[in-house]
Design a protein around this ligand. Sequence first.
Ligand SMILES: Cc1cc2nc3c(=O)[nH]c(=O)nc-3n(C[C@H](O)[C@H](O)[C@H](O)COP(=O)(O)OP(=O)(O)OC[C@H]3O[C@@H](n4cnc5c(N)ncnc54)[C@H](O)[C@@H]3O)c2cc1C
Ligand SMILES: *[C@@H]1O[C@H](CO)[C@@H](O)[C@H](O)[C@H]1NC(C)=O
Ligand SMILES: *[C@@H]1O[C@H](CO)[C@@H](O)[C@H](O)[C@H]1NC(C)=O
Ligand SMILES: *[C@@H]1O[C@H](CO)[C@@H](O)[C@H](O)[C@H]1NC(C)=O
Ligand SMILES: *[C@@H]1O[C@H](CO)[C@@H](O)[C@H](O)[C@H]1NC(C)=O
Ligand SMILES: *[C@@H]1O[C@H](CO)[C@@H](O)[C@H](O)[C@H]1NC(C)=O
Ligand SMILES: *[C@@H]1O[C@H](CO)[C@@H](O)[C@H](O)[C@H]1NC(C)=O
Ligand SMILES: *[C@@H]1O[C@H](CO)[C@@H](O)[C@H](O)[C@H]1NC(C)=O
Length: 545
Amino acid sequence: MGAWLLIVLSFIFHHQFEVLGLATSSDHDFSYMNSVYNATDLPIRDEYDYIIVGGGTAGCPLAATLSANYSVLVVERGSAPSSYPMVLTADGIFGNLLQEDDGKTPAQRFTSEDGVANVRGRILGGTSMINGGFFSRADDQFYNESGINWDMDTAEEAYQWVEDTIVFHLNLSAWQSTFKDGLLEAGVTPDNGFTLQHLVGTKSSGSIFDNEGKRHGAVELLNRGVLENLKVAVEAWVERIIFSSKASGVSASGVKYSDSQGKTHTALVRDGGEVILSAGAIGSPQLLLLSGVGPFANLSSQGISVVLENPDVGNHMADNPRNNVNIVVPFGLDPSIPQVAGITNEFNYLESSSSIIPFSFPQPFSLFPNGTSPLELSVVFIVDKFAGPLSSGSLWLVSSADVKVSPAVRFNYFEDPEDLARCVRGMRLVGDMLKTSSMQGFKFEDLEGAEGFKFLGPALPINQSDDASMEEFCRSTVTTIWHYHGGCLVGKVVNGDLKVVGTNSLRVVDSSIFNSSPGTNPQATLMMIGRYIGLRILQEREAAK
Ligand SMILES: Cc1cc2nc3c(=O)[nH]c(=O)nc-3n(C[C@H](O)[C@H](O)[C@H](O)COP(=O)(O)OP(=O)(O)OC[C@H]3O[C@@H](n4cnc5c(N)ncnc54)[C@H](O)[C@@H]3O)c2cc1C
Ligand SMILES: *[C@@H]1O[C@H](CO)[C@@H](O)[C@H](O)[C@H]1NC(C)=O
Ligand SMILES: *[C@@H]1O[C@H](CO)[C@@H](O)[C@H](O)[C@H]1NC(C)=O
Ligand SMILES: *[C@@H]1O[C@H](CO)[C@@H](O)[C@H](O)[C@H]1NC(C)=O
Ligand SMILES: *[C@@H]1O[C@H](CO)[C@@H](O)[C@H](O)[C@H]1NC(C)=O
Ligand SMILES: *[C@@H]1O[C@H](CO)[C@@H](O)[C@H](O)[C@H]1NC(C)=O
Ligand SMILES: *[C@@H]1O[C@H](CO)[C@@H](O)[C@H](O)[C@H]1NC(C)=O
Ligand SMILES: *[C@@H]1O[C@H](CO)[C@@H](O)[C@H](O)[C@H]1NC(C)=O
């Protein structure tokens, strides 16, 4: 009897232990709106302890943390999420959220010089308000290789602070559950169950969507701040950083930002304070360049006076290629956000989502035996991403005056042969997954191998042992998984505390500092780093008192 009781108790304890570490409320918490101001309503000149440029995935947790003891201004070019309710639910990502760009909508579309369409967030909460919500911590190697000065206890505390606020353990949807079985059958083992850790094998992970499909983006981390110390200006575009020369060198003393009526505001930092760029991998290098920090030849050829020469600003821009196969499902299947990841020891990450695609045109291929054409089709997307990547490119200004003109960026997908080899390995694994018994029910006809599936878009090459055709598949189907990063790398543009080298009171805290994308998906790490740097700044100032 006693033993049975122990087992039951230990089951309950462990079960609760896991659940207790995550968020439980499933209502949107809009308390942060008490701190949000239309930039037109803010003074033309003002002073704060900290100015954070970009209220995004890393910027929000950073601002909340610093507001515990200091006055903080967040300057965000987008609007508050309530202006675009489609960011608040999972239906948004299955709808037009990523397609609509009128210059103000939450997803800003851009195309890299590689010709690949891409998107970045333009809303309070940043790209975490338009993403797939999958939440998984960084790989162990990341801590060793990121160049950041880590205090691992503080990092752990920072993750947990994020997780118990906005991260949920969802029930696996029907498709995610099948996908998980398929990965295990294809040899992506062991089954690591539900975990936020980056472990080789197959796992399910957290989400910033709750079980009701509500998104809890980085914006809700603002609620953990001291709202009286926090001002968030929305529809506020930072145009440049204000520098001053001091005996100790070049110091960031504030920013110039413009509101929706074109009026320019000046926000200055008080002694001991800082300007912190959290404008994302495109926005932060762009702002450094516009402010005169960057490669000498580039800046001077564009008529920008050089404040500080640094050849690496805008360099080492990388984007992990995404390659996928899309399978039309011969039955109705609910849409599903990514909940499962396959992680191989060769750095491949497999993830998937499913969606319902409306067909308003005659069917391009005869799908249904009876010749009818349904108005909607269920489609599953099986995606390969790999770590790194090793290939990289650069970012440069298209306009030296107008911050609203996006810079140009080139990622040079597959320039490094190892990236191509990783893609080939990943797509072979996708091929193996399709052959598993878990996937047989997704065929239209009972045929061998990948035959019998109906692909939406390209199918994998028939001969998957042939390197040349697999490489050709990788190159011709490359797109983005939106984990682009770089431009302000640690060790090149910022130091291990994320301070811009050669300056005082200026840091960069966002995906521009990475030389490699952390974990399977970066948002967990970005939110942790926002909180982490905030805590470190508080600790530093406490120690200096
Ligand atoms: C479609 C999509 C799906 C994704 N899915 C996932 C996923 O499932 N899981 C995951 O972990 N990651 C996912 N990602 C990636 C992840 O969301 C991003 O890597 C991450 O959010 C980037 O965070 P950041 O802090 O670097 O920048 P952002 O969150 O983009 O923040 C930058 C902020 O700065 C603002 N800004 C920029 N310039 C200025 C300026 N001049 N003045 C004022 N404000 C400015 C922007 O408006 C923005 O709010 C996805 C991304 C996309 C696009
Ligand atoms: C901010 O104020 C301006 C000027 O009154 C207005 O045009 C704009 O729509 C306002 N934006 C928001 C989000 O309220
Ligand atoms: C990280 O570095 C530590 C100390 O050098 C080492 O023990 C550990 O194996 C490294 N971990 C990884 C994943 O590289
Ligand atoms: C999730 O699963 C649990 C246990 O099976 C069930 O009680 C609950 O209703 C499910 N929640 C949703 C939103 O489906
Ligand atoms: C500016 O930068 C880009 C990308 O790094 C480079 O191709 C170009 O040659 C540079 N121009 C000048 C004038 O230095
Ligand atoms: C034709 O196919 C559609 C799609 O599967 C199905 O819904 C419908 O019931 C079929 N009709 C007949 C007569 O079999
Ligand atoms: C598949 O490709 C490999 C490598 O190119 C080749 O050796 C093999 O003969 C091919 N198989 C078939 C059936 O064509
Ligand atoms: C922050 O505020 C707390 C509570 O008011 C105080 O104990 C602490 O010393 C402050 N820390 C700093 C760095 O000012």
